[in-house]
Design a protein around this ligand. Structure first.
Ligand code: SF4
Ligand code: SF4
Length: 468
């Protein structure tokens, strides 16, 4: 929903700001932002980084609190174990995530990109800060890039890229610890190389990828590669809140001259908003795909407005309708519908999380079998059982009948020991004394015990001759 300000100068749509006329990459040298939004984003980023680097260190009952092991298909989310058997939970979580993203974007535009996206946080709040520290601000960076390869340039480049590489290594290790868990990662780092060739290759691969992203690809990830950015065009509408230029107040733009009699808008065409933009765009051209809502232009423009004694907020969080008609956020039918769907999905997701079990177990009467009348007068039914251990540790399983009169006998080995992440199946008998009053198809409950602790209750039925 781009805003056309001046069709004569509307040629920015014909090109990408990061591509030169000859097709080569145009390097963006963004001016160092400063201001209240930047300070708030710095605080938010610090919290984000603490969580990102800290979460893999948290252990719960001797296991990672959070682990997404896609290789072995073992997942621990907030201490709860999930396995391949929980496909429905993942499907539900993904669906909820998609609806949330759509709803969030419809209302708040790309707020996520500026405040919570790992790419923006690492690029703008970690790597670019280091770059400012080593290479200086926009102009010094430009000068350095243009200068000959002298000792100063070599020194600065080496320091910068060594730090970038080290940080990429740190991110790669943290990223990997989310997949395999910290204990496994420690083994890869501390044990002989020959024992962990694949693990080490993964670390180097991730390090190389992160280094390439933050040292060279940078804003290209948001502009070219990110699917979320591409989807903006279909999700935003005129009520979506985005970082926007108030063209009603700002136009006609122009530098203030004493002799000027022509009335001008509040924009003094200083281009401070353009200079700070990490994706190289001019927000005065309207909402653009490249804008990651980093708020740097808001701070830059507010600073200018204060200097020229005008109200701040010429660039601000606003919707197109808010700027054009002064309307506040309206809850459209689309927003209400998304919200209801999201609430329903969230309720379902919370329900499945709360009722989540560390095992996936089933006990079903063996097909084709009725009841057996044993020589000692007892009645027995044969069952097939299957128990999947979703935990990262061995389970010592016992079945207990939740009925005072009967008993359970496992066919074969009485001990059911299930390794971490694997499953066992077998057969068992439920045996009932002859004189117990039962229905023809008696409902029973079987408790699943792990090391003496009840972890699940399974319902089944018991076939018996009808007793008078
Ligand atoms: S910073 Fe503000 S005043 Fe300066 S060009 Fe941008 S919108 Fe206009
Ligand atoms: S236009 Fe403003 S908010 Fe958007 S990326 Fe550029 S500086 Fe950030």
């Amino acid at each position: 929903m781009p805003i056309i300000i001046n069709p004569d100068t509307d040629n920015f749509r014909d090109r990408i700001t990061t591509v030169e006329d000859d097709g080569s990459r145009k390097w963006i040298f963004a001016k160092k932002p400063k201001g209240s939004f930047y300070n708030k984003r710095t605080v938010a980023s610090i919290l984000y980084l603490i969580v990102f680097f800290g979460l893999p260190w948290i252990q719960y009952h001797g296991e990672p609190f959070f682990m997404l092991n896609v290789v072995q298909r073992k997942f621990i989310i907030f201490g709860l174990h999930f396995g391949v058997q929980d496909l429905i939970v993942f499907g539900l979580a993904m669906l909820t995530g998609v609806v949330f993203i759509v709803l969030f974007t419809v209302i708040f535009g790309r707020l996520f990109c500026g405040w919570a996206c790992p790419q923006t946080i690492f690029m703008e709040m970690v790597f670019r800060k280091i770059e400012y520290w080593i290479d200086g601000d926009m102009q010094q960076q430009r000068n350095l890039a243009k200068s000959e390869w002298n000792s100063e340039k070599i020194r600065k480049r080496v320091i910068k890229y060594v730090i970038f590489f080290f940080l990429s290594f740190l991110i790669a290790n943290t990223f990997l610890s989310y997949i395999i868990g910290l204990p496994e990662l420690k083994k890869i780092i501390t044990e002989p190389v020959s024992e962990h060739i694949i693990g080490l290759m993964a670390i180097l691969l991730f390090t190389g990828a992160f280094f390439a992203v933050y040292a060279f690809l940078r804003e290209q990830i948001c502009i070219v590669a990110c699917p979320y950015g591409r989807l903006q065009g279909v999700m935003l509408d005129k009520n979506s809140i985005v970082v926007a230029y108030d063209y009603i107040r700002g136009e006609p733009r122009g530098k203030m001259k004493k002799e000027d009699t022509k009335p001008l808008g509040d924009c003094i065409d200083c281009k401070a908003c353009v200079h700070v933009c990490p994706t190289g765009i001019d927000i005065r051209n309207g909402t653009q795909l490249e804008c990651v809502n980093c708020t740097a232009c808001i701070d830059a423009c507010d600073d200018i407005m204060i200097k020229v004694n005008k109200p701040t907020g010429l660039i601000r969080y606003a919707s197109e309708n808010n700027i054009a008609k002064g309307t506040k956020l309206k809850f459209s039918g689309r927003i209400i519908a998304y919200t209801l769907v999201l609430l329903a999905l969230l309720t379902l997701l919370i329900f499945t999380f709360v009722n989540h079990s560390v095992v996936d177990a089933s006990i079903l009467r063996t097909p084709g079998q009725f009841y057996q009348e044993n020589p000692d007068g007892t009645i027995s039914n044969l069952y097939n059982f299957k128990v999947a251990n979703k935990q990262n540790k061995v389970m010592d399983i016992k079945f207990e009948l939740d009925h005072h009169a009967g008993s359970i006998k496992i066919v074969g080995n009485d001990k059911i020991v299930i390794d971490a992440g694997s499953e066992k199946q077998g057969q068992l008998f439920i045996i009932m004394p002859q004189n117990v009053k039962m229905e023809k198809k008696q409902k029973l409950k079987i408790k699943l015990m792990n090391n003496g602790e009840e972890i699940e209750t399974i319902s089944t039925t018991f076939m018996a001759p009808v007793t008078e």
